[in-house]
Design a protein around this ligand. Structure first.
Ligand code: GLN
Length: 504
């Protein structure tokens, strides 16, 4: 029998339907793979007992003919999603041993449809980062190695300081690494400025940030509420579409969730894209862009053209302001959202001589460096005297960025093609201690999409000269994720999957 963990979600679903194997078989195979891959640090909590119980219950439902659309499929859950009775930390010390009494809407919909939880996945602390190195649980290792790398040397580094190995992207680095290393058939993730798409690009996986309001944010640890969206990371476009169909939907508990019908996103996979108009925004040709990224982008446009799409040059003139504006809006919202971690309500508490002292000591001990930096920036830009100069101005820029997209779509563009990231995965510790702005530049192609609330799909477009995955991004009209899945499957059919060889 083939290794069950190397199947795609779609293939595994068929094997379950055909009774080639059971959910318990599938789940056991993944639990064994997780154990063998512990040094990659993708999971911060494995839940084998829960997984096997859910799998057995799933097999029983199937026998009774009650199978849901994700029946028996083992998934990894980013540790930003509250899971009832299972520790949820956002990879922060301040949440310590927080065990929610409730389940996030998105995960509850996955369980409703029969999926099985394998465990909780590592991420940047409170989803702030682009490399998974801000996690209180330490960095996650990208399962991709440069082609000329010695596997023995890599294994030695894995057991040591991990230097020289690659980051899986962030903040959903556990999700992207777990999918790429076959440690789950798909994973939940969240994206505030690129945290689904950049990790997908770095690991050769497929990730979609849905339109703002498509998935409920209820029960997801908040970073920047007007930008945060949940979405899947998976092995293929079809797998991603299958997960999205379960994750999406209106929820009365999230006032920003939109009450529109959820299509069967899988139906869009493989659909003709003839006659679609694809915009190539000239402002994304940033200074110093590596030639291989430029070439990847051209190749992507060629593939869509060959499939009958019309490719046109467009302008999104406010693009260059997106990153600076994002790094005002996101920290501002974060500073407000994170005010709740005061040592009284959740997790860690460091006693103090009075209540203010308790707050200060708890927050000083509980938050990591990057989170503290964001809180300081956020409170600064919201403070009297600076609010108009920074926060209000950033909000105005946000409106202009959104308008750029609206004008492009009004002129007949159906979707926009860009690179997903300005480079392939970089090394662990290579950027973490440098100027934080260098790290922030990773999001240059992705933050615009969050600022405008649009859907964005990232998928493999090719490899760099070292054989590392490079990602393309497709940006869609609001609530038109279907066109992205159709276009994505055209590219996927030509590029194929970029998988990691097992070396750990
Ligand atoms: N890398 C970006 C940041 O650090 C985006 C993170 C995210 O999308 N959650 O804010």
């Amino acid at each position: 029998m083939t290794d069950l963990t190397s199947l795609t979600l779609t293939e595994a679903r068929k094997g379950l339907v055909d009774k080639t194997f059971t959910s318990v078989d599938l789940t056991k195979a993944h639990l064994a793979a997780m154990e063998a891959a512990r040094p990659l640090n993708a999971y911060v909590l494995e839940t084998p007992e829960k997984a096997l119980a859910m799998a057995a219950a799933s097999d029983a439902r199937r026998t009774k003919g009650e199978a849901g659309r994700l029946e028996g499929i083992p998934l990894g859950i980013k540790d930003l999603f509250a899971t009832e009775g299972t520790r949820t930390t956002a990879s922060s010390n301040i949440l310590g041993n927080f065990i929610p009494k409730y389940e996030s809407t998105v995960t509850s919909q996955l369980w409703r449809d029969g999926a099985v939880m394998l465990g909780k996945l590592n991420n940047d602390e409170f989803a702030m980062g682009s490399s998974n190195e801000t996690s209180a649980f330490g960095p996650v290792v990208n399962p991709h190695l440069p082609a000329n790398w010695d596997e023995g040397k890599a294994r030695a580094a894995l057991g040591g300081d991990k230097k020289g190995l690659l980051v899986p992207g962030g903040s959903s680095g556990g999700s992207s690494a777990a999918v790429a290393a076959n440690l789950c058939l798909g994973a939940t993730a969240t994206d505030t400025g690129g945290s689904i798409r950049q990790p997908a690009a770095f690991t050769g996986t497929v990730g979609i940030k849905p339109t703002y309001g498509r998935c409920s944010r209820w029960g997801i640890v908040a970073f920047a509420s007007s930008l945060d969206q949940a979405g899947p990371i998976a092995k293929t476009v079809r797998d991603c579409a299958a997960l999205m169909t379960s994750m999406a939907g209106h929820d009365a508990k999230d006032s920003t969730s939109v009450d529109i019908a959820v299509p069967d996103f899988e139906a869009a996979v493989g659909k003709s894209v003839a006659g679609k108009t694809i915009g190539i925004p000239r402002e994304y040709r940033v200074e110093g862009m590596p030639a291989e990224i430029e070439a990847l982008w051209k190749k992507g446009a060629e593939m869509l053209r060959a499939a009958g799409a019309k490719v046109v040059d467009i302008s999104l003139p406010h693009t260059k302001y997106a990153l600076p504006a994002y790094y005002i809006v996101a920290p501002a919202e974060a500073s407000s959202n994170l005010a709740r971690y005061d040592g009284v309500r959740y997790g860690v508490r460091v006693p103090g001589k009075d209540i203010a002292d308790l707050y200060e000591k708890t927050r000083a001990a509980g938050f990591g460096r990057e989170v503290k930096r964001r809180i300081m920036i956020g409170t600064y830009v919201l403070s009297a005297g600076y609010y108009d100069a920074y926060y209000l101005r950033a909000q105005k820029i946000r409106t202009l960025i959104k308008r750029d997209f609206e004008l492009a779509y009004a002129a007949g563009v159906d979707a926009i093609l860009t690179p997903a990231t300005p480079s392939a995965a970089f090394g662990i510790a290579e950027m973490a201690d440098a100027d934080p702005v260098q790290m922030y530049l990773n999001d240059v192609f992705t933050v615009t999409v969050n600022m405008a609330g649009l859907p964005g799909l990232a998928l493999p477009g090719g490899t760099d000269e070292r054989g590392l995955p490079l990602g393309l991004q497709l940006i869609g009209r609001p609530f038109d994720e279907e066109t992205l899945f159709s276009l994505g499957s055209v590219i996927e059919d030509q590029v194929g999957r970029i998988t990691a060889k097992r070396w750990w």
